[in-house]
Write a protein that binds this ligand. Structure first.
Ligand code: WQD
Length: 338
């Protein structure tokens, strides 16, 4: 019988893409979301792509009673936890908002997981590595102390999961550390929907190209890199989503080597901000209005993944080129303005 996967935050950017890939791989998916940071666009897009209406529970994971009734009704075999606040700057301004929401919701998930002996996949981030001494970073590279409350919640949730897996029989966990997820589904029916002025690079680029923003500021061109701009590992959102399918299969098919495992999810390929801008211009045949601006505080100079562990153990590999991903991001932005 098909296994049931609960996707918390399943109406968001990453959650919606993961829902599509899991369903196409034969899993039953239940989406739970409180719509605090998104509307129904991606949920509707998911249903259109899949040609069916997926179960959707509107709820808050900070509400333990709601969590219990969710488990009672759907009895998930595994949960993938995306439901969290994710704006780095906002977390610095209002740390309690982040600690209350991101920690409480995950503690509730761990509580029910303990009671029901469930599998947990936690969406972590390369932010846990801080400014690494060298890249590529492996899962063994040291974590640095977090530079924002948001980053701190990612580190704490990883630790909560590690400790619970160690202490409680029947609980298994995987943390996936994402590098920089970008792009959109090739159907252009789901994608990133930032509220207000985007913080992240690619939505800022696409909004500038479409005319919603006047000019992209490239934060810093005097970094010690070849072209002076920061280096990141941009991972296609559909590739990233597929890594979750591999991780879920590994958990549910009893293939884990340790009850708690961590995997980097990246391409292993560093790309500078300027290279990304130029690739966007080239693949989409347009000119982007950009200028160089001062460095943004808190930015690390360079970080990219060593994805060998995910390649070997999960049987997963990034497949899309940055050009393909940027074409998908642009198709999505155009679709939004139709
Ligand atoms: C990438 C590069 C900027 C905007 C953040 C979080 C991380 C993760 C993903 C999410 C940097 C430059 C950006 C702009 C620019 N988590 N840039 N002009 O900072 O690597 O990672 O998002 O939920 O935890 O920290 O991603 O896309 O903001 O920036 O020049 O207008 O683009 O300086 O070098 P980042 P980003």
């Amino acid at each position: 019988m098909a296994k049931t996967i609960l996707v918390s935050g399943g109406a968001g950017f990453i959650g919606s893409h993961v829902t599509v890939e899991l369903t196409q791989a034969g899993y039953n998916v239940v989406i739970a979301d409180n719509f605090s940071n998104c509307d129904r666009t991606n949920y509707n897009g998911v249903c259109t792509i899949l040609g069916k209406k997926l179960p959707l529970v509107e709820m808050d994971f900070c509400d333990m009673e709601a969590v219990r009734s969710l488990w009672k009704e759907y009895k998930p075999d595994a949960v993938i936890h995306f439901a969290a606040f994710k704006a780095v700057g906002e977390s610095v301004e209002d740390p309690l908002k982040y600690y209350r929401n991101n920690l409480e919701s995950f503690l509730n998930i761990l509580q029910i997981t303990r009671e029901k002996s469930c599998n947990v996949l936690f969406s972590s981030s390369a932010t846990v590595y801080g400014e690494p001494e060298k890249s590529p970073v492996t899962e063994q590279s040291p974590r640095q102390s977090a530079t924002s409350p948001y980053g701190n919640t990612k580190q704490m949730c990883e630790d909560f999961l590690r400790d619970c897996v160690k202490a409680y029989e029947g609980v298994r966990g995987i943390a996936l550390r994402y590098f920089n997820p970008i792009g959109a589904h090739p159907s252009a029916l789901i994608g990133e929907l930032p509220r207000g002025v985007p913080n992240n690079l690619v939505p800022y680029i696409t909004q500038t190209a479409i005319g919603k923003r006047e000019c992209l500021s490239i934060f810093g061109n005097d970094y010690p890199t070849e072209d002076g701009t920061c280096l990141r590992d941009y991972i296609d959102i559909v590739d990233l989503a597929r890594a979750h399918v591999c991780a879920v299969a590994r958990m549910l098919d009893g293939k884990m080597k340790e009850p708690y495992e961590i995997f980097n999810v990246g391409t292993g390929r560093p790309v500078s901000v300027l290279e990304l801008v130029k690739a966007f211009e080239k693949v989409n045949g347009l000119k982007l209005n950009y200028r160089f601006a001062p460095r943004r505080s808190g930015d690390v100079v360079a970080i990219w993944a060593d994805p060998a562990r995910a390649n070997e153990e999960l049987g997963w590999k990034a497949t899309r080129t940055v050009e393909q991903t940027l074409a998908a991001a642009w198709a999505w932005e155009k679709k939004l303005s139709e």
